[in-house]
Design a protein around this ligand. Structure first.
Ligand code: NAP
Length: 282
């Protein structure tokens, strides 16, 4: 019996495994990865490594054991619903005790959420005890772009005056760890978001305050933003989806604050200002 984390070499997965290591013996953790090399540091600390690919169902044969608690971290590539079904089918065949899935906020109507809604249906249809971790936006979605933002002295988005109730990846990871190591979470759907919501004008001001440089928010139309992204080499459908997220932000779909995340992790979520300062320290 193990706590099994898929996508363990991704950014969120890395936080989850690190935080699990603080709570349970390393031998009780299994990291599911595509590339064993990328997981060498976890293996050296006693974490079990399983190599599997969402695109290769046979790699999940026998991977799970009855009674495992599994965190399915959503994939980041084309064909996610079919990929996720591979993991869910294998979890069902094994009879795992809990299947937690990193989903998208219920308030998000953007196309980006479609795969997550479909995956939630597959999870529910499996009949397994599940937990939906509906993660809102990561602070790092923006702070990882600080270098170009500072270069241009501008935060360019198509979100108008919309607000984002984001939290750090580490906060969402802590929620996953709370669910995987705690009791009473089966059949729950958690809408997880930050304790505070900020606008892009406030974000630009905060970067300026911390760096002493002039940074302004330049709101643009959705079509302009999408064209700007394709100009940077991003494929058109992806650019449209990213611009669509900004529209969702303008409509308030990613600004919902309900305190569920801070309640689960028993501490406040990480303010965007702290993530800016962490990113500036590199
Ligand atoms: P990430 O760093 O891109 O991690 C994605 C993980 O999925 C990686 O470990 C990757 O494996 C794994 N993966 C992708 N395709 C796979 C496949 N075919 N088979 C097995 N593993 C596969 O993303 P993240 O920041 O950790 O976020 C986790 C997930 O949250 C993302 O995948 C995405 O669905 C979603 N997301 C949420 C937000 C948000 O703001 N809430 C933002 C971006 C993404 P490798 O390590 O081998 O590449």
């Amino acid at each position: 019996m193990s706590i099994v984390v898929t996508g363990a070499t991704g950014k969120l997965g890395h936080h989850v495994v690190e935080q699990l290591l603080e709570k349970v013996p390393s031998g009780q953790i299994t990291a599911v990865v595509r590339d064993r090399e990328k997981a060498a540091a976890f293996a050296a600390r006693g974490v079990k490594i399983a190599v599997a690919d969402y695109n290769a169902p046979e790699t999940f044969d026998g991977l799970f054991t009855t009674g495992d608690k599994v965190l399915l971290i959503s994939g980041s590539e084309e064909g996610r619903v079919v990929q996720h079904k591979t993991v869910i089918d294998a979890a069902k065949a094994a009879g795992v005790a809990l299947l937690a899935y990193t989903s998208a906020p219920g308030s998000l109507r953007s196309a980006l959420a479609d795969d997550h809604r479909s995956t939630e249906q597959v999870v529910i249809a499996s009949g397994l005890p599940y937990v939906m971790l509906r993660n809102a936006w990561y602070n790092e979605n923006y702070t990882e772009q600080l270098a170009p933002t500072l270069e241009q002295g501008a935060v360019v988005q198509a979100a108008g005056q919309g607000r984002v109730a984001s939290a750090a990846r580490a906060d969402y990871a802590a929620a996953a760890v709370a669910v995987l190591t705690g009791e009473g979470h089966a059949y729950k759907t958690y809408e997880l978001s930050g304790d505070t919501a900020w606008s892009f004008a406030e974000y630009a001001d905060e970067i300026g305050r911390q760096t002493g440089k002039e940074v302004t928010y330049t709101p643009v139309a959705v079509g302009t933003y999408s064209a700007m992204l394709t100009g940077l080499g991003i494929p058109e459908p992806v650019a449209e989806m990213i611009a669509g997220v900004d529209q969702a932000i303008e409509h308030g779909e990613l600004g919902v604050i309900d305190g569920v995340l801070s309640g689960l992790i028993n501490r406040p979520t990480t303010p965007i200002a702290d993530s800016i300062s962490a990113a500036l320290k590199g």
